[in-house]
Design a protein around this ligand. Structure first.
Ligand code: CO8
Length: 259
């Protein structure tokens, strides 16, 4: 399939890389881009060879938010009846393989929300995160008021949502929004290295780990721990568990079959 607003490629036949590609608009997220992103994510999720997906942007912008020129004219009836946002913004939540956001430059508004929908964020040292919707007379609409406080706590989330200020990469790492910060020139290699590492692990175990960590945000502790335990038990039914433990005991590198 060919795309106009994203670029799609694979690396080492096991990592899928999606690059948002509307450079003139700083990767502002419009319907077509979000539809293409959803389709590419689903295609990689269904591709047996792919073990991990990276979503990235340009050096200047991961994404500067939802496309304001497209939104400006909408009425309440337009966005409500058309189910603006959930229509094509929720696809990423259904992806079962890990998705890493490799963020450089601006990740603002919907761009910050998109990064937070990924499983973790690796940031370049020039990254800037923000929820500036308040300056436009609206509020975050793709989970920003929910995922940001879970990531950075109430104080910083309120500060960002109410003042619209940006957080630089260093502050974002300190606050727990991003997992690693690297020099801009090393961002793609760092993200690819993480994705290759993940791709070589047992696919079933990786998907179970993702599902279980996500459960921590949807349930109480007892339910979450029980959910984790059941998945842990289930992994003993896989060939990869036998291989992983045998490799450790025999001091060799495990070669997982992903079954
Ligand atoms: N939408 C549309 N166009 C944009 C956007 C955007 N979000 N951001 C930048 N652009 C365009 C600019 O209009 C400009 O176009 P042109 O060259 O034709 O004038 C071009 O990109 C370059 O931008 P600037 O000249 O402004 O570049 P600067 O380096 O001076 O500034 C900034 C960069 C600080 C990123 C600045 O562009 C900016 O503040 N952008 C808007 C950021 C913003 O408010 N984002 C939030 C948008 S609202 C939102 O995301 C709600 C999410 C709800 C869920 C999603 C629903 C679909």
């Amino acid at each position: 399939m060919s795309y106009a607003m994203i670029e799609v490629r694979t690396e080492a036949e096991k990592v899928g890389i999606i690059t948002l590609n509307r450079p003139k608009q700083l990767n502002a997220l419009n319907d077509q881009l979000m539809n293409e992103l959803g389709a590419a994510l689903q295609a990689f999720d269904a591709d047996e060879r792919i073990g991990c997906i990276i979503v990235t942007g340009s050096e200047k912008a991961f994404a500067a938010g939802a496309d304001i020129s497209a939104m400006a004219k909408y009425s309440f009836a337009d966005v409500y009846k058309g189910d603006f946002i959930s229509r094509n913004w929720e696809t990423i939540r259904s992806i079962r393989k890990p998705v890493i956001a490799a963020v450089s430059g601006f990740a603002l508004g919907g761009g910050c929300e998109l990064a937070m929908m990924c499983d973790f964020i690796i940031a370049a040292d020039n990254a800037k995160f923000g929820q500036p919707e308040i300056k436009l007379g609206v509020i975050p609409g793709a989970g920003g008021t929910q995922r940001l406080p879970r990531a950075v706590g109430k104080a910083k989330a309120m500060d960002m949502a109410l003042t619209g200020r940006m957080m630089d990469a260093e502050e974002a790492e300190r606050a727990g929004l991003v997992s690693r910060v690297v020099p801009l020139g090393k961002l793609q290699d760092e993200a690819l290295g993480a994705a290759l590492t993940i791709s070589d692990f047992s696919r079933v175990a990786v998907m179970a780990a993702k599902e279980s960590v996500n459960r921590a945000f949807e349930s109480g502790l007892s339910d979450g721990v029980m959910f984790e335990r059941r998945l842990f038990h289930a992994l003993f039914a896989t060939e990869d568990q036998k291989e992983g433990m045998d490799a450790f005991l025999n001091k060799r590198k495990a070669v997982f079959t992903h079954r």
